[in-house]
Design a protein around this ligand. Structure first.
Ligand SMILES: C[S@@+](CC[C@H](N)C(=O)[O-])C[C@H]1O[C@@H](n2cnc3c(N)ncnc32)[C@H](O)[C@@H]1O
Length: 303
């Protein structure tokens, strides 16, 4: 049914709000369209390798266009429909990375959304996006690189006697069968203790699986105007997800809630195909100008 409804391939580009040529013959296509409708019309069954996205959390966030206050059950039904559409468009060995966090007063949002996808996907990995962390030297031991206590990253302080500052969010990694092979070492880290190299069959070089805690700080900004969207993730987050799944020729990435284009920026950097959906023209315009300026810098560096 869904394939009959899809736009003809030749209409794909003309239906897009904007198409930008990336490297290695790829394109980055931006659709000013509701994501459910947009995916249904534009994405063929089993055609997408990676979906990376952060949906609205339904916490009353002040977006330009989207009303972020649906009744709870309706919101979860909407997320379930998103899951159906993603499942249809995703290849059987594809990866669906869903970033979502909680609020102090509602610590179940992320898990409720994950549960709304339980029937459709296998939860292959749960990754913690750590935005800020404090490490005491005494807890680390005698490592030469660690000369004192560190407290790094950004978070919004919570003034409360009840709630801790919220310094992390989740990245749920869903797959169809739980069998998707990953390129773990493409986002690997060096061994702290180099004597581990060669100790196991898999430890052949100074690069190990970093695990499921990813420290990705927000870029430091000086003025509020530098953040033209209330709820973005740093583009290093989708970049790591894409790298983890694997950057191969022809890899197609989709962000159903593309905001100001953080996933598009990561796709441009990695030279993979990108398709994004966003209902807010201002955000979409901002994402296009960010990608065009990153592309200019990329081309300048190549000269
Ligand atoms: C959490 S933000 C995503 C931000 C994005 N990850 C970034 O870094 O720029 C969610 C986005 O979804 C958009 N949105 C809300 N409803 C939508 C829909 N039905 N279809 C497409 N986009 C939608 C909002 O306008 C908002 O920009």
């Amino acid at each position: 049914m869904s394939t009959i409804m899809q736009r003809h391939e030749e209409n794909f580009e003309s239906s897009a709000y904007k198409v930008i040529r990336g490297s290695r013959g790829t394109t980055l296509s931006f659709f000013l369209e509701d994501c459910l409708e947009g995916m249904r019309l534009n994405l063929k069954d089993r055609s997408v390798d990676i979906v990376v996205t952060s949906p609205p959390y339904n916490i009353g966030m002040k977006y330009g266009k989207h009303e972020d206050n649906l009744p709870r059950q309706k919101y979860l039904e909407w997320m379930g429909k998103l899951g159906e559409e993603v499942k249809r468009a995703l290849r059987d060995d594809g990866s669906f990375f869903l970033n979502i966090g909680n609020t102090p007063k509602n610590q179940w949002i992320a898990w409720d959304v994950a549960a709304s996808l339980r029937e459709k996907f296998v939860l292959q990995n749960v990754i913690h996006w750590v935005k800020s962390i404090a490490i005491k030297k005494e807890d680390v031991g005698n490592y030469p690189n660690m000369i004192g206590d560190v407290s790094v990253g950004h978070f919004k302080p919570i003034v409360s006697k009840r709630f801790l500052n919220d310094c992390h969010e989740y990245i749920f990694h869903f797959t169809k069968f739980g069998e998707t092979k990953l390129e773990k070492l493409s986002i690997g880290v060096p061994y702290q203790d180099k004597t581990n190299i060669g100790r196991w069959k898999t430890a052949t070089s100074d690069n190990r699986d970093r695990g499921n805690t990813w420290f990705i700080p927000y870029e430091t900004i000086q003025r509020k105007s530098e953040r033209p969207h209330p709820a973005t993730f740093p583009s290093r987050l989708p970049e790591m997800c894409i790298r983890l799944h694997g950057v191969r020729k022809g890899v197609k990435v989709v962000d159903p809630f593309s905001g100001i284009g953080s996933t598009a920026l990561a796709s441009l950097k990695l030279g993979v195909w990108f398709i994004g959906f966003e209902i807010d023209k201002e955000y979409l315009d901002e994402s296009i100008s960010r990608v065009l300026s990153a592309k200019k810098k990329q081309e300048f560096r190549k000269k």
